[in-house]
Design a binder for this molecule. Sequence first.
Ligand code: DP6
Length: 401
Amino acid sequence: MAVYQATTSAPVNIAVIKYWGKRDTKLILPTNSSLSVTLDQDHLRSTTTSRADPSFEKDRLWLNGEEEEIKEGGRLATCIKEMKGLRREFEEKNPSEPKLSSYFVHISSRNNFPTAAGLASSAAGFAALVSSLAALYKLPASASELSRIARQGSGSACRSLFGGYVAWEQGSKPDGSDSFAVEIAPQSHWPDMHALICVVSDDKKGTSSTSGMQRTVETSPLLQHRIKEVVPARMAAISKAILAKDFDTFAEITMQDSNQFHAVALDTYPPIFYMNDVSRAIVAVITEYNRIAKEKTGHLKAAYTYDAGPNAVIYTPKENVKEIIELIVKYFPQANTFSDPFGLFGAQGVGAGAVPEGFNTAVAKAFPAGSVKGLIHTKVGDGPRVLDASEALLGPDGLPK
Ligand code: DP6
């Protein structure tokens, strides 16, 4: 008997112009456009296998081996329903195709990074879900069309349907048909963009993006200024900077937009704090690092950005990564060994590291070991990949392996 199954993987993306605020909470339509860099799936990815079978009794989904409830009318159910709808249209046009849209599906998904690290796992997860169903259903849909469905799982997920540099156009139609992701430039246009993720220790449960941004929409006057006056100009300027590979402009806008997102969080009532003392110390270190670079070369070397949590993501051209890791490790001694996927350090590992000449070490104090609990070095990467059957996450019985 035929087995209808497909496995895909999808990347994480980290925004440089932040999405924060919905004008429609059910359709997940944003109050402003946003823009992100897709990170390399060789390091961070969500892998998903989807299978349709006439013997299945209901739609089921497992995340990292644990079954998740698919709540009626919830985000997972919406994405699955929308994908079945596209398959149905396809079957109507191609009557000889098997009627997969009438079968229930089993879906098994895994992240290769800890969900608890607070690394935008929902973006990669929903992008992988949608792309695996698209592969299973052999849909002719474009990445932008699929992004419209992933958007309804988690807003930021729509940007993970593309590699490289990606904008989510907010659109203006009430039905959301013009709110989807588009590619600004592929990975190959500017492959030298590296990212260092500083995973910051956090013992408190933060405010979720979904509830936090809703409270911001309801209470922050600063958000209205951001939406109208700030983001449109920044979207245009950073797109231009990406096309011109102008790192100075890219970095300046990235840092300013992260700052404004966290200012808008503070302007929310009651206020929301995502960055902590360690996050702020990383800002101080990168600011001083850039001051020295600018003085010596006239150019910036790094850009920090923070999402709805204390982790820092530092974008930088590859040539600076080693120096930045040494600097970070000086202030935030590591309890774990750095995995060094690009082989920057050789056998002896990350050394004590000299600070650049003229660097004012008093900009931050040294923190106890483990304050930054891990460093992940990655780079700009490609969009969802269709994987070989040997990588499937469902066994012959249709249950997670
Ligand atoms: C700070 O996409 O997680 O990371 O649409 O409610 O699922 P929902 O929110 P989500 O919000 C991400 C917010 C952000 C900024 C960004 O990625 O643009």
